[in-house]
Structure formats: C-alpha cells, structure tokens
Design a protein around this ligand. Structure first.
Ligand code: 3H9
Length: 688
C-alpha cells in the first residue's frame, strides 16, 4: 500500500503522507507525491493542493537508508519531485508540523506556499551527513529566506523555529489550531492567485549578496574554526554563492555536481554511518522485549565537586529534583555556588532566562546527610576514585536507599561488580560514567555489571535521552570503552617524547588529524596532576617531574607548555630540559620521529585496543566505540570514529603498521586477533 493517499475537501486535493517514523522521502513516498500532483493537474475540479503528513512530523528528509542504493536515483528522484511540485498548474500549499528537514524543506520550498504550526522546526541538516540540500535547496532557500539566513542554515545544519521562519519569509503563515483545516482554508484563499509564486524564479532576496559579494568570505572567516576539517560546509557555501551569481537553471546543475561529489566522498559515508551509529547505541542486547523502565522522579548525587555538580545540573535542567550531599558545609556551599555561577554564565549568553536559572536551582536540595537520599529513585555517587571509599558509600546506601532505587557510580575506571558486591542488591547497581564537564559533554557510558537488572539498563538509556545525552553500554573492564582506549595513546605519546618527539609535534599530528587537541594539550587542560601521587621527591616519569615543579597544566600557567596571561601556549624550554634529562638517565639516543610513526603508535594502537574491547565483549558493537570517541573525546565525526576510520585506512595497513612498531610498543602489546582476522579476511571492523 502506498504511504501516500489523496482525498478531496471541496476543490482542494489533500496529499497525505503516512510513512512512520519520520515520513522520510523514500521511493514510494516520492512516487505517491508525484501521482498526487499529476491528479491535481489532470482534474479540472481541483483548484489547489495541500501537502501534509501524519504522525510525529512532516517529511524529515530524504530516506538516508536509501543512499548508496539504486532506489535513491530511481524515478522520481527528489530533484525531479520538487520540480514537478513547482510546475503544478494549481497552487500547492505545504502544511508543516514537527520537522521539515532536508528534502522535506525542499518539498516545502518547491510548493507555492508554506504554512506551519508554531512548534514546527525547519532546517537543512544535510551538512551533518556530509552533504548539501541537493534537491534545489541551495538555490531556492536563499531566494526565499535570504542569502545570509540560507548560509547559516545550510552550512551549520541548525534548524530554525517556525516563528523565525515566518519572520524571514520562509513561511507564509503561522497556524494556530488544526493544521489541516487551516491549510485547506489557506489553499481556498489562494486558489485563484496567478501567476503562482515559484521560489526558483524569485530573486529579490539575492540582492543582499549581489550588493555585498564579500559576505561569503566574511561568513567563511567567521566560521573557520567550526568548519575546520569538514568538506561539506564549504560545498554548501559554494552552492549558495552560485545561487547569487548564476541563473537558477545553472545553479541547480552546479548543486547537483557538488552534491554528487560530496556523496561519493569518505566524509559523507562517515557522517551517515555515524547518524545510524548514534541511534543504534541506545539498543541494548539481551534485554527482554517490553522491559519497562523504572520511574525516576528524584535523583540523589553524592559529591558536590566538579563532577557531582555537573551531573546534578543535567537533571535540574531537565526539571528533575536533585538532593546533593557533601561531607563538609564549606564544600557543599562551594559546589552549589559553582553550579549557580555556571547557570548564570549560560544565562548571560542568552541561552537561559533568569527565571529558568531560578527554577533549576530551586529544584536543588543541598545536604550534609546521606540519609536524606532515602526518597531518591536514583542515586549517583561522584566522589574521588578510591575503591574502599566507594565500597563504604555503597554499603551505607544499601541501608538508606528505598527498595528499587538505582544505585549508580560515576567511576571512570573501577570495577562496578566489586562496588555492587558491597550491597545486598547488585541488580540495582550500574555505572553511569559522565564526561567532564558533565553538564556539557554529550556522552554517557552506562556500565553494565554482571548482575545489573535489565530494567535498570533500560531506565539509564531512557534517562540519558531525557537529559540530552547519548548513552553507550560498556562492560566492566579497566577504563570501560573510552578511557581504556586512551591509555595506549597516552602511554605511547609519552614514550615518543623520550625517543625524540616534542609535545608540540605530537599534538600537531592529532590536531591535523581533526582532534580538538592533542594528548599533551589535553593533559594541560585536564590537569597534569590528575592521579599524581603528590610526592614531589618521587620522580619516576616526565609527569612526576612536571608536577614536582608545579607544572600542573593550564590552571598553573605551566604544564607541557608555557602559557601567557591569555592562556595561549608556547613550547617550553624547561619541559624540553626535563625530557632531555630523562632521556639521558634512561640512556635513550633521540631520533627523528616521523608523523606517520606518531599515527601508528598513538592512533593505530587505539584501534587495536578498540578491537580488544570488542573481542572481550566489553562493547556491544564497533559503532558504539565510535560514538564514545566522537561524543566523549571530540574524534572528528567526518572520520566516523576510530573503528570506521580504521576501515577507511585499511585494516591490513593498520595491522602492518602495528607489527612494524611491535618492538617499540613493548612486550605488553597484544595484537587483537579480531583485528588481524578481519584484516586477513578483507572484512570491515566497523560492522562488528
Ligand atoms: C536529504 O534530505 C538529502 C536531500 O537534500 C537531497 C536528496 C537528493 N532517513 O532520530 P530518531 C530514523 S538528507 C531514514 O531516533 P527523533 C532513525 O534512524 C536527510 N531514517 O527520532 C530512527 O530509526 P530507528 C536530511 C531516518 O524523534 C527513527 O527514524 N534530514 C531518517 O529523536 C527515529 O529517529 C535529516 O538529516 C531519515 N532521514 O528525531 C534528518 N531520519 O528507530 C535526520 C530519522 O530504527 N533525522 N530516521 O533507530 C533527524 O534529525 C531526526 O530523526 C528527527 C526525529 C529530528 C527527524
């Protein structure tokens, strides 16, 4: 049965799409729309057309799962569909609710009129899939909404709300009340309007670019940092620039060419892979169908430090009350003070109102008594990393928490099963590993203990969505997924310093690769002193030596780099001296280190660790590892994540590189059998 039906309301033909979940414009939908338009053209009794969708949203875009298959090119392809709509001899009204995204907005742009409910969102997020709006969107959007608005929307991919869309001319009317009824009335009103307003023929809004051609370069310069490494933003800009410089017919040809170039590239493949990876991450293996989540109405957080405070903010912002516990009044006051300051900073950027700050902080109950957590449905422990301390807290919680409460630890490395064993209810214990700053970073590792109950996992995944995190399930192993893979990278980066590389050289390789920062820049930001034994006389490695002379990173104005008062780094002669000192003591002769060797020793080793994690069953699927690295550590999404990248690099090349470095990697290095087998078999690891 076709997902498209047509019905009549007087002389208005209503084309309705019903293609759950998001009315993606797959082949059957496109075919149905075209048939509907043909019906309107054919039938003299039809005076106007309304295109509308059922379910949660208007068309959310082309069907991404069709990309790379012949279906996406099969007649009618989306660029043909939009032309057929615009060429309809009767006025076509797009009636929008939910999201008109990508191809969905292109359908709306090709319609002669657009109306929407106030809650609708309109956008062209193709850039996030490594693409551009390739069904006339780059040519029609600037003509309808203006060049600057089109640039902003297309190159960032961020949607705008209906009100803003109305203000910039993208919508003709905002509809309060029943969308279909009002859209039909609107269609009745415009049924005799001629000539029909065709977006492709408009050009009054292109004047802003014709009068000021420099605006494109200004836009590029203003966003250079954000777009670094990505191909698609520049392609979007070029396509919109073409709209301003050339007639529509030439513009769409150029758009097509640019679209196909992007589509055949690795970045688009990586970003589309990642789109599905992110959605797959929330699916948990081995959980019985229909498992219901537990009700979480109140959360307890133990520890008001940086982590505890950040974690609490997530729930407060989502309207969930939090009781936060500290041992000393002073620490409690400091912690809640920092939370308030963070909220106020957000408000000063216009991202929150003062009232919302008040509402969020009003949901917080600070206390010094663990007993006050008795009525919490979820309690998250966020104290420092020490097994004995954590066991003690969980033992106490076991006596305080109400039956059925979920007991979570924010540990980044420690064994959840051991922590769970300190309670009489290990089935209620789970790891919730937030990433710092916890109120900002999108990743949440949900650590599944041997006895964690399925409904606890389901609750954690659902809650993550509520607080706008992307959750990934990890098994119990040292460092779980993310930090476990960080270890070989850090170890090798530090060894490379001894062997002759500089912090700046290693960091540059990582930044050029697309990471937001390299290992030493990251250490300086996080604090070189994290996990340091605090004994300045005990110097066993370069980090100990830095800590001993107060080089704890950015917070002290010195770490692996020197920092000026504006926190700009420069290479440090002192650090070079320390490195050389160690070299001399270790009897290491420095040598020239190539960038390729840095890649092999710090990135190939991460891939290998990821494969070992998969082999051990500590991640459910390779794509989950990629989600961890993109959202937890800023791995460039245009490289898909470490496992996807490994496939693009070629597994045989990775294995060969690791074998070449084996001597330097040391006796503890273990090549993953899974990785070696996949390389041998010519298979892809990102599909594992
Ligand atoms: C495009 O339009 C190209 C054209 O310009 C040119 C062509 C020539 N296709 O996100 P959710 C699935 S490119 C196929 O969890 P939400 C999704 O995988 C497209 N499937 O829901 C998931 O499946 P499952 C431009 C899609 O409520 C389910 O729907 N458009 C598509 O949190 C629910 O998704 C975009 O990039 C799709 N287009 O958010 C929009 N979209 O249940 C992409 C979703 O099996 N989509 N699915 O895991 C979104 O941004 C969000 O899905 C949306 C809903 C906001 C719509």
């Amino acid at each position: 049965m076709s997902p498209i039906t047509t019905t009549r309301h007087g002389d208005v033909l209503i084309i309705t799409s019903n293609n759950p979940p998001v009315n993606a414009l797959g082949h059957a939908v496109r075919e149905g729309i075209v048939k509907g338009i043909e019906e309107a053209d054919r039938d003299d009794a039809v005076k106007a057309v309304v295109i509308i969708a059922e379910g949660q949203t208007f068309f959310a875009g082309a069907d991404i799962s069709e990309f790379g298959t012949p279906k996406s090119f099969e007649y009618p392809a989306l660029p043909q569909v939009v032309d057929i709509i615009e060429n309809c001899t009767k006025p076509v009204v797009a009636a929008i609710h939910g999201t008109a995204f990508g191809g969905g907005l292109e359908v709306a742009l090709a319609s002669h009129y657009r109306v929407a409910v106030p809650s609708a969102k309109l956008g062209v997020p193709e850039v996030k899939l490594g693409l551009l709006p390739g069904a006339g969107g780059t040519q029609r959007l600037p003509r309808v909404a203006g060049v600057k608005k089109a640039l902003e929307m297309a190159a960032t991919g961020n949607p705008i709300g209906a009100k803003e869309a109305y203000e910039c001319g993208l919508l003709d009317k905002l509809i309060e009340g029943d969308l279909l009824q009002h859209a039909v009335a609107f269609a009745e009103d415009v049924k005799d309007a001629r000539p029909l307003p065709r977006s492709s023929e408009r050009d009054e809004k292109l004047a802003e670019a014709r009068d000021n051609p420099a605006l494109f370069d200004e836009f590029r310069a203003a966003n250079a940092r954000k777009f670094r490494g990505f191909d698609a933003p520049e392609y979007n800009i070029r396509a919109i620039q073409t709209a301003a410089e050339k007639p529509y017919a030439e513009g769409v040809l150029e758009e097509r060419k640019l679209f196909l170039e992007l589509m055949s590239g690795t970045q688009a493949r990586a970003q589309q892979y990642f789109f599905f990876a992110e959605r797959k991450a929330s699916k948990i293996d081995g959980v019985p169908e229909g498992t219901r989540p537990r009700d979480i109405r109140k959360v307890g957080v133990i520890g008001a430090g940086t982590m505890g405070g950040g974690i609490s903010m997530n729930f407060l912002s989502a309207g969930i009350p939090v009781t936060i516990v500290e041992m000393q009044q002073e620490a409690l006051d400091r912690g809640t003070g920092v939370m308030l300051k963070n909220y106020q900073a957000t408000a000063s950027k216009g991202k929150m109102t003062a009232e919302q700050v008040g509402q969020a902080m009003g949901l917080l109950t600070p206390t010094l008594k663990l007993e006050d957590l008795a009525d919490c449905d979820l309690i998250i422990e966020a104290v420092f990393e020490n097994m004995e301390v954590k066991k003690d807290i969980f033992g106490k919680l076991d006596k305080i928490a109400k039956p059925g409460a979920i007991l979570a630890s924010n540990t980044s490395y420690l064994n959840i099963d051991e922590i769970a064993a300190a309670t009489s209810r290990p089935q209620d214990v789970v790891g919730l590993h937030f990433f710092s700053p916890a109120n900002v970073m999108k990743l949440l590792e949900v650590v599944r203990g041997a006895k964690t109950a399925p409904d606890v996992l389901v609750t954690a995944m659902q809650l993550a969505k509520k607080i706008r995190k992307v959750a990934v399930v990890a098994g119990v192993c040292y460092g779980f997924i993310g930090n476990r893979m960080l270890i070989p990278r850090q170890v090798e980066a530090t060894k490379l310093l001894l062997e002759g590389a500089t912090p700046a050289q290693i960091d540059k390789v990582h930044v050029d690769f697309g990471m937001p920062m390299g290992p030493f820049q990251m250490a300086d930001l996080a604090g070189v002193d994290i996990g340091w034994h605090r004994d300045p006389s005990r110097i066993e490695n370069i980090r100990d030596a830095l800590c001993a002379v107060d080089r704890w990173g950015q917070k002290k104005g010195a770490g692996f780099y020197d920092y000026d008062e504006k926190r700009r780094p420069s290479p440090s002669p002192k650090v070079q001296e320390i490195i050389e000192d160690f070299r001399a003591k270790a009897g290491v002769q420095p040598r020239e280190i190539s960038d390729q060797e840095i890649i092999e020793r710090t990135l190939y080793t991460m891939v290998n660790e990821g494969a070992l994690i998969l082999e051990g069953g500590f991640a459910q699927r390779a794509s989950d590892i990629d989600v961890v690295w993109v959202y937890g550590y800023g791995w460039p999404v245009y490289r898909g994540g470490p496992m996807f990248w490994a496939d693009t690099e070629g597994l045989p090349r990775i294995v060969e590189g690791l074998k070449r470095q084996q001597g330097r990697l040391g006796p503890d290095f273990k090549l993953s059998k899974l990785l070696a087998d996949k390389a041998e078999a010519g298979e892809k690891i990102s599909k594992a």
